[in-house]
Design a protein. Sequence first.
Length: 390
Amino acid sequence: MANQDLTLPQDYSQFIETLSHRVATAHVSASRAVNRELVSLYWDIGKQIVCKQNEAGWGNKVVEQIALDLRARFPDRQGFSRSNIFYMRSFYLAYSQGLTNVQQAVGQLPGAPPTEKVARPARRLGGEPQPSIVPQPVGQVPESLAIVPWGHNILLVEKLDTVESRLWYAQQITLNGWSRAVLAHQIESDLFGRQGAAITNFQQTLPAPQSDLARELIKDPYHFGFLGIAHDISERQLEASLLKKLTDFLLELGKGFAFVGRQYHLNVGEQDFYLDLLFYHLDLRCFVVIDLKVESFKPEFAGKMSFYLSAVDEQLAKEGDQPSIGLILCKEHNHIIVEYTLRHLEKPLGVASYQLLPTDVQSKLPSPQELQNQLETALDEAASTESEDA
């Protein structure tokens, strides 16, 4: 509460702001340090248990006794339940046989360039998949895992089968600040497999490292299951549906996208043109034009997109902006046709597909005719009930 009789110095407000920022920063740093020590402890407990099981043949009953004894010795501390002790063991086993120089594989602490992700196969226009880093054993918990909350680490072990994918998701947690629910969603939608999988010509049309950053930006396919649509719709309906669920759409697009406009108007040569969706990417420092197609990819789509990109670069881009990028989202695409189309284009362009509701969900949904039949049956039953009551 402010003292009404006190005259504060002119720079007092700024002083308090500076102190508040320092307190908040220290709190975050302290939380990270505590988390790092906790995860390191759990790793070490898991390691010691595995060593005893390998050397002395300790069985699961002994592990259960370890949980009981630790709880008895530390009654005021959480984390020593039977299930969590077994998670510690699984945590160590999940990585101990497949790690090497983790800092090189997954990048450094928060703020590391996105190009320092775990290497994995990625489609390049006219090229072979890039080789993956082959991990080797290590003795200490990797830094990339130590800074991830324990609950997230459990999810990585439970839901993923490879060290490579776990390390990649661990880095994304740190870079994007994902909650456990968001992490679960990204794993279920196979973000690791989709990220950077679209066919692009970025290597030929953008300078490094912009080309690598842009390539990792584009997925294939994009999952639009959050729209709840299982039937064919028009491009305008798809566009409108995506904008109604803009938060979910931005999450699917990935970090860094800022929405600029829908049906964004451009005037070129005294003619009007409209971009389906226009975004600006904060990390790439460029506009991203998205063209929605509810049909299979056709080569002429690329020519139209090249025109849009030229217009955006000329009319919207400011000094310091990088060349605009185009993304054509189609219902489906033929890889060979797309590769031939993009091979000699001068504008940076990617092509990816999208999925509405998953196939297994679609198969369980009633068709429009079935819905109509069910409605008619329900109305008949209601009318029959009213007649009986009368």
